[in-house]
Design a protein. Structure first.
Length: 366
């Protein structure tokens, strides 16, 4: 039973294996080197003419005694040093092992302290980064589920309330009420449609952005802008479009969706009297597509967060402030698949969303 426990401890502890290996190697080296020195010393003393045989034997015996005494002391001290050094070296590995066990139980461990820059220290650094990233992703998933639940619950509650009132005869139906119920149903349909779009971009990104072909990007921008001209006119919002000519190898439907999402946001979140501007600018490295318009102030700390799924600067998510918070996430992903970037720049209440598609993407796309 005891031998079995010792065997199990040896096979399960890396630091114990390393300690035993080091002790064995140290023992072999000490004994071999000591015996070599002992034999050499005995040979040299035996070659001295003034030393008789009895004194030679006494010398050999004393030398052998000191050899075993000092060899044993060296092995014990070396073993203790190896043990301490190996345990110290393997402490981060043991902490990583315990952290992985905590993660298996659904808990996220504390950051492991790292005081070295060697391979073990680099391993700890990468593990800490991975743990923090997993925790961020987990927090984002929880937030997405909460936001999705909120988005769906609100129109469903409205529908349930009105339908119960109609069923009980508390209210009577008319065209205004039915239009309202239809709007709520449309909100739910639009939400699930965008969720499906997210799923499509996640699972089949490469396929979703093919085929690609050379297209006059300025004509594409103008085509999309014409679809919004009447909506801006009906909302009494000035809308201005200017584009430079340019040709890019792109997925036209994907880029159309990006421009559509940006213009929809400019229309939906419009606050002020300024002109909404759609620009297409061709420079040496990029073709820039920008949508500029007034709206509520967006803190700089939220400039990156607004591209996260379901994130919106208005936590109340009223009907007035509208959407599901998926459009910008989808748009950024589409642009990224074209090796481009989508960023937000704000000057007070004037916001500019800038899409930059590199010309190099016309030569090779992933």
């Amino acid at each position: 039973m005891l031998l079995q426990k010792i065997k199990q401890a040896v096979t399960s502890k890396v630091w114990l294996k390393l300690t035993i290996i080091n002790i064995v190697i140290l023992t072999i080296l000490v004994i071999c080197s000591g015996l070599l020195i002992y034999q050499t010393a005995c040979f040299l003393v035996g070659g001295i003419n003034d030393v008789d045989r009895s004194r030679q034997l006494i010398f050999n015996s004393d030398l052998l005694y000191f050899f075993w005494m000092f060899s044993g002391a060296a092995i014990i001290m070396g073993s203790l040093l190896f043990y301490k050094a190996t345990r110290k070296l393997m402490e981060p590995i043991e902490q990583i092992k315990q952290s992985i066990k905590e993660m298996e139980n659904g808990q996220y461990p504390y950051v492991i302290q790292n005081f070295s820059e060697d391979e073990v220290g680099q391993l700890v650094t990468h593990f800490n980064h991975l743990t923090l990233k997993l925790q961020e992703n987990e927090d984002m998933r929880y937030r997405m589920l909460s936001d999705m639940s909120h988005e769906i619950r609100t129109p469903l509650s409205n529908l349930k309330g009105y339908l119960e009132a109609l069923n009980k005869g508390v209210i009577t139906g008319d065209s205004t009420l039915y239009s309202l119920l239809s709007d709520e149903a449309e909100r739910i349909t639009a939400l699930f449609s965008q969720i499906d779009s997210i799923k499509e971009w996640d699972n089949t990104r490469e396929r979703s952005l093919k085929p690609r072909k050379y297209a006059a990007i300025d004509e594409l921008i103008i085509h999309v802008s014409r679809l919004f001209t009447m909506e801006f006119q009906q909302a009494n919002i000035q809308f201005e479009v200017k584009t430079d000519p340019g040709n890019l190898l792109i997925n036209q439907e994907g880029i159309k969706q990006v421009i559509t999402n940006l213009l929809s946001n400019a229309l939906q979140y419009y606050q002020g009297n300024e002109i909404v501007k759609l620009r297409g600018e061709n420079n040496s490295d990029y073709y820039l597509i920008s949508v500029q318009g007034p709206g509520d102030s967006i803190p700089e700390s939220e400039h990156e967060k607004i591209f996260e799924r379901f994130y919106r600067t208005d936590p109340s998510r009223t009907r007035k402030t509208g959407g599901s918070g998926l459009g910008l996430a989808i748009s950024k992903d589409i642009v990224a698949q074209h090796n481009g970037t989508l960023k937000l720049k704000s000057n007070g209440h004037i916001h500019t969303f800038i899409v930059a598609i590199p010309h190099e993407s016309t030569h090779e796309t992933r």
